[in-house]
Design a protein around this ligand. Structure first.
Ligand code: ZN
Length: 397
């Protein structure tokens, strides 16, 4: 006689396992949906509300093969009523360094050019704004409140060119013009790619387009705006090519007179691929790279969130300052973004005020409408941004 097994317990177990698996699958899909929605939202371009007088262009006008690629980025131009010199303010080489691009945005939204020409590229590595830096837990965006109560959001991206455009990365990155060898990750770094290559990687093509722009527009003075960790030696610093060194020395003395301490560094001739070296060697421009201190990208930081990006306040940095481990003064108040932007902006305006005396009287550049260091620190950045318009600044592609 065949023993008849009771089917009910195993059938019940199987049913239970299937129900658990189904629930877990739903949970996993829900989490994936939420994460992908957040990730996709970073692809939406930030809204820009330029001041009257700016004309919008795209970088591909100076290097047509860049058109319809994720590297193409807006270029804004305002010409004064009187002739003079030309200046480029370039932010967003590294989209995780907000004082760099917010200084460019503030100039775009407030500047009124009286003499000369102002060029603003707020998001140089615009593809790098579409994602955050892997494993850094950085915020996706920073928010500013305007006097009318509305708010403006700007993305906080990654220093790298988009990973999907640059995958896989090589073990070693070789800078073509010099055969200098760097770690493979630097192949995604715009500020190691100059003078670029018209047929190279996305980073090299973007670098080439910026060089073509500098040459095509005969830019006199160009700023590449950055931030660095407070424990990094080149911070609160101006790095100048030999062609811009005299102007930079006069500016740093003037800034010290205003109580703004800056470190002046010559651009090393053997460190290739960087804007302060290659812009000057490959075009007629006087290049300046500037760094402010940003704890939200530092290695000693604790919790990394929007508050840290905006205030720069972090207990670990306070402790590090007490131990003498930082290259900049650091106090209880942190390193607020408005003070970092004010430092960049005041330095730019001081450089411009020196142009006619140290370069050429016909190269004067006069810009009104921008806040002084003190006013910006007191009022915050939101006070100087324009309310959003209904039409978004979407790339025309
Ligand atoms: Zn940087």
């Amino acid at each position: 006689m065949i023993e008849k097994r009771d089917p009910s317990p195993s059938a019940l177990n199987f049913k239970g396992t299937r129900a658990t698996a189904f629930c877990l699958l739903i949970c996993a899909l829900s989490l994936a949906w939420i994460a992908s929605r957040d990730f996709a939202s970073m692809k939406t371009p930030d809204v820009l509300v330029p001041a009257a007088g700016f004309k919008r262009h795209l970088l591909s006008e100076w290097f047509p093969p860049l058109a319809a690629t994720p590297m193409d980025t807006p270029v804004y131009i305002q010409k004064g009523n009187e002739p003079g010199g030309s200046v480029l303010v370039l932010g967003g080489t590294h989209p995780n360094e907000p004082a760099g691009y917010m200084t460019a945005v503030l100039m775009l939204e407030r500047a009124w050019v009286r003499k000369g020409r102002l060029y603003v590229i707020p998001f140089a590595n615009i593809a790098g704004f579409g994602h955050t830096q892997p494993q850094e837990a950085s915020p996706e965006a920073i928010l500013f409140t305007l006097p009318d109560g509305s708010s403006r959001k700007f993305r906080y991206g990654s220093r790298d060119m988009t990973h999907t455009l640059m995958w896989p990365i090589p073990d070693i990155y070789i800078h073509k013009a010099s055969a200098q060898r760097l770690s493979g990750g630097e192949s995604r770094n715009l500020n190691r790619a100059y003078p670029g290559d018209p047929n190279g990687s996305p980073t090299e093509r973007l670098a080439w387009a910026i060089m073509e722009f500098l040459r095509g527009e005969k830019i006199d003075l160009a700023f590449d705006l950055h931030e660095a960790s407070p424990e990094y030696p080149v911070v609160d610093a101006i790095v100048a090519h030999e062609r811009s060194m005299e102007l930079a020395a006069a500016t740093s003395m003037e800034l010290k007179g205003q109580g703004i301490e800056v470190r002046l560094e010559p651009s090393p001739k053997n460190l290739r691929g960087l804007s302060h070296r290659e812009w000057g060697d490959g075009s007629g421009v006087m290049p300046i790279l500037m760094e402010t201190a940003n704890p939200s990208q530092g290695r000693l930081r604790g919790r990394t969130d929007e508050a840290l990006a905006l205030t720069g306040r972090d207990k670990s940095y306070l402790k590090a300052a007490g131990l003498g481990r930082l290259f900049v003064p650091y106090e209880e108040g942190g390193k607020p973004l408005e003070a970092r932007v004010a430092r960049h902006l005041t330095a730019i305006m001081t450089f411009l005020s020196m142009m006619e005396f140290f370069v050429d009287e016909n190269k004067a550049i006069e810009i009104d409408g921008l806040p002084t260091y003190q006013r910006l620190v007191e009022s915050g950045i939101g006070k100087w941004l324009n309310p959003e318009e209904p039409v978004r600044d979407v790339l025309s592609r």
